[in-house]
Design a protein around this ligand. Structure first.
Ligand code: Z15
Length: 815
């Protein structure tokens, strides 16, 4: 095997060679983009070699593999990560300097693959990073959306969405693997299989077939030789569907119709996060992912194994939410119909192979598909779901004889108001282990959303609290802090053993160290200020408290509660221009789903408040509000290192976990938050003294919701009334009282997520924040303790827990 050299000279030579032979150009005529692409290919070469050795080691060991099935991966930029993981940045800096460019110039060409919406997609990326780092044999499967999450711009303050044509200049990080293409069917009819007296095996004749073409992205581990892959499927028309006769007859449009239809399947990522849009094309996407991936998993299994007995021992499939749950039915179909296993054996294999991670408690996020839609698109799968449900309900009946109500609640089929397939039920029935993503979330799942299942199979339910990769979210995002940590702890081992951050607690009282800690935060804020000015034109003060709320715009996350606080500050400063308040920059970041009108209006209101605040000569000296457009992983990496205060203010019991909360705490931001999701575990670890807690807990919220009157809070709290009245008066709409009236109406009408009930507590808590901020040394001490005690939130720990409790996989070292 050809091997890649490890010296500066080798790297330089490979760059020249790639520029010449891969890009087909020369140093004299290369563009900036050529420079970036060439660098990417040269770094990639180093990963390919590790990948080849990984594949060989895996083939040799024939280990149990983790197959992670996810409709989303939010990977972030690849160049910086891959330079770090191959330790080649030290070569690039001098070479770039010689050529008169900077690494930052080159990085500006690196496009982040936005193949996800938010937390769920980013979690998938963090887990893949940690699996590789821990030498776990794993493959991620996903969809190669031609267009990722839309790009957000603002026109007159309103969100406009533009397509994310992320592969326009080509993607140097992926490898097409056309030899491993698969064929997937849709629609059509089913018929009895002649040789099967039980009637459980049947034959499906699809009415449409499409091809799935895979390509893969490399997922290197940090500090190890393992390179795993994420295999992404793109839909293409199968050769049959290119109708030559029509084409020959000059009916070009008709001839390409089928091609367009096939290729639409992987055309675009659905931009809804935590809400479901029951579109047939989405189900088609889901089944496409599942069908291609399972065939590929079986192909890989058969490279080293024969028969089916060993399948569950060699294959563990993790379902990332319900999006890939059709895999349960598809594996049954493959085993029963195509490989002719009898039903019971197939079911036993299937159940032992799958596990399911649930990421929500919101009823509107629980996927259900109309039976009529499934029946048409996947007729054989609908039959299989009925059969699975039939046998499952027999089991239930045996456990709870005569309990018809329980049967109805547990059934995979919902009967009222219309017949639908409950994907979460199918997931639980078809899996060995079911897990929630934070302690509170798992407890509430078992007590509410999946209660009947938790009673039936208590041993199935697990908690695996989410985590984040410290490589991307500390080392890459925050090099200054990383250097300080490494200097203090003596080496870089904390990057793969994050509990070692505890070593910082010992210097949390050392004034000299605190001074340096603050200097890092300030330098990061200067950098962020430059980004903010470039994207919004607004100049922010690096000495102001940097108050950050970055996440998807969703009502349950309560961006409007934050905004009421901002408006209160605005009113106060206008009334008392000399008031001694803490200077503050409030930074929002996030997208709203294009069809989510109330949240798009709220984005518009944030921009309108920002405009009013930032142009007020008195107020803007102490308060700035910014909403830089198009929040994504790249921008998260700029914002998080500069944050002083992390806003985690969802209504308790609604945010499954949150992961931004972890990234911010690790980077020394203090959290202001409710007892929701992983906030609780963060507070337990960093200490109640170093966390700003406010608001209702999940129990109180659930109780209050039963008989809730938001107007009572409005009427009894003058500050709250003033803030809402300021919106209603049209202050942020040049006097137009109608534009933001729906925001006011929704708060005073239903206030679905009890923002008004938590308003007073939130304000008082923000006063505690101000008080704390006035003692900068004490603040810095709390900041250090937040980082020092957040090691638990490494996704390495998360993956270890999955390995020990759910996957039962062992690492395979790569030489
Ligand atoms: C999503 O990003 C999350 C849950 C969902 O049901 C969907 Cl469809 C998308 C998020 C949770 O809201 C968040 O609390 C959690 O941290 C994240 O998944 C990863 O588990």
């Amino acid at each position: 095997m050809r091997s890649v050299g490890s010296t500066l000279a080798d790297f330089e030579q490979d760059l020249i060679s790639n520029l010449y032979y891969q890009r087909g150009t020369t140093l004299e005529s290369a563009s900036g983009s050529d420079g970036y692409q060439t660098l990417a290919l040269t770094v990639r070469d180093r990963l390919v070699e590790r990948y080849a050795r990984t594949a060989a080691a895996h083939y040799e060991a024939n280990p149990r593999f983790v197959y992670y099935l996810s409709a989303e991966y939010l990977l972030g930029r690849q160049l910086g990560q891959n330079l770090l993981y191959t330790d080649t940045e030290r070569f690039v800096r001098p070479i770039a300097a010689d050529l008169g460019v900077t690494l930052e110039d080159l990085e500006s060409y690196d496009v982040e693959p936005g193949l996800g919406n938010g937390g769920l997609g980013r979690l998938a990326a963090c887990l893949m990073d940690s699996m590789a780092t821990l030498d776990i044999p794993a493959v991620g499967y996903g969809i190669r959306y031609e267009f990722g999450i839309f790009k957000q711009a603002f026109r007159d303050g309103a969100q406009v969405e533009r397509p994310d044509d992320w592969t326009f200049y080509g993607n140097p990080w992926e490898f097409p693997a056309p030899d491993d293409r698969q064929v997937v069917g849709f629609y059509g009819t089913t018929a009895a299989a002649l040789d099967d007296p039980t009637g459980l095996r049947r034959q499906w004749t699809p009415g449409e077939v499409v091809r799935g073409e895979p390509s893969h992205m490399l997922v290197p581990g940090y500090g190890t030789q393992t390179v795993n892959i994420i295999r992404l499927w793109q839909a293409r028309a199968s050769r049959q569907s290119f109708d030559l006769s029509r084409f020959g007859a000059g009916q070009y449009k008709e001839a390409v119709e089928d091609i367009v239809r096939a290729e639409n399947i992987s055309k675009v990522l659905y931009p809804d996060d935590s809400t479901e849009q029951g579109r047939e094309l989405r189900l088609k996407q889901q089944y496409f992912l599942v069908a291609c991936s399972l065939r590929d998993i079986i192909r890989r299994y058969r490279l080293r194994n024969t028969g089916w007995d060993a399948f569950p021992a060699k294959v563990v499939i993790q379902l990332n939410d319900t999006h890939p749950v059709m895999a349960v039915t598809e594996l049954m179909r493959l085993l029963v119909d195509e490989y002719k296993l009898d039903w019971d054996l197939a079911w036993s294999i299937t159940r032992r192979t799958f596990n399911y991670t649930c990421h929500t408690l919101l009823p509107e996020a629980l996927e259900t598909w109309p039976v009529a839609v499934v029946e048409r698109l996947l007729p054989r799968h609908m039959e299989i779901i009925y059969a699975i449900n039939h046998f499952f309900l027999q089991e239930v009946e045996a456990t709870y004889p005569g309990d018809l109500d329980r049967l109805r609640r547990l059934s995979i089929i919902q009967e009222e108001p219309d017949k639908r397939v409950r994907m979460a039920h199918l997931a639980v029935v078809g899996s060995t282990a079911v897990n929630g993503v934070a302690e509170l979330h798992t407890r509430l799942l078992a007590a509410t959303t999946l209660r009947d299942f938790a009673e039936l199979w208590p041993q199935k339910f697990h908690n695996v609290t989410n985590g984040v990769t410290p490589r991307r979210f500390v080392r890459l995002a925050n090099p200054r802090l990383s250097e300080l940590i490494t200097e203090r702890l003596g080496d870089e081992s904390w990057l793969t053993d994050l509990d070692r951050l505890e070593g910082l607690a010992g210097v949390a009282d050392d004034p000299a160290f605190l001074e340096r800690w603050r200097a890092v935060k300030r330098a990061n804020k200067v950098d962020l200020a430059a980004h903010v000015e470039r994207s919004t034109g607004v100049v922010i003060d690096p000495d102001a408290l940097c108050d950050v709320m970055i996440k998807r715009f969703h009502e349950y996350k309560r961006q409007h509660l934050k905004l009421l606080h901002v408006i209160m500050l605005f009113n106060r400063l206008r009334e008392h221009p000399d008031l001694d308040v803490v200077p503050r920059t409030v930074l929002f970041g996030g997208k709203a789903a294009p069809g989510y009108h109330s949240m798009k209006l709220l984005l518009r209101l944030v921009n309108a408040v920002a405009e009013t605040v930032n142009t007020d000569p008195v107020v803007s000296r102490r308060l700035k509000v910014v909403l830089p457009p198009d929040y994504n992983v790249t921008r998260a990496q700029w914002i998080i290192p500069a944050a002083d205060l992390s806003e985690q203010i969802s209504l308790a019991g609604k945010e499954a976990s949150g992961t931004g909360n972890m990234k911010l705490a690790l980077n020394g931001a203090l959290t202001i938050g409710t007892l929701d999701g992983a906030n609780i575990e963060i507070r337990d670890r960093v200490g109640a003294d170093n966390f700003f807690l406010f608001g209702l807990d999940a129990q109180e919220a659930a109780d209050l919701r039963r008989d809730y009157h938001p107007r009572a809070y409005y009427e009894s709290d003058p500050d709250l009334r003033a803030a809402i009245d300021t919106i209603a008066a049209g202050t942020f709409a040049k006097g137009d009282r109608s534009l933001f009236a729906p925001v006011v109406d929704s708060m005073l009408g239903r206030d679905e997520y009890l923002a008004l009930a938590d308003y007073r507590a939130y304000l008082e808590c923000q006063e505690r924040v101000e008080h704390a901020w006035r003692d900068q040394e004490a603040w810095a001490r709390m900041s250090v303790l937040n980082s020092a005690r957040s090691g638990f939130f490494s996704s390495d720990r998360t993956v270890r827990e999955y390995c020990d409790r759910i996957w039962r996989v062992e690492p395979v070292r790569v030489a």
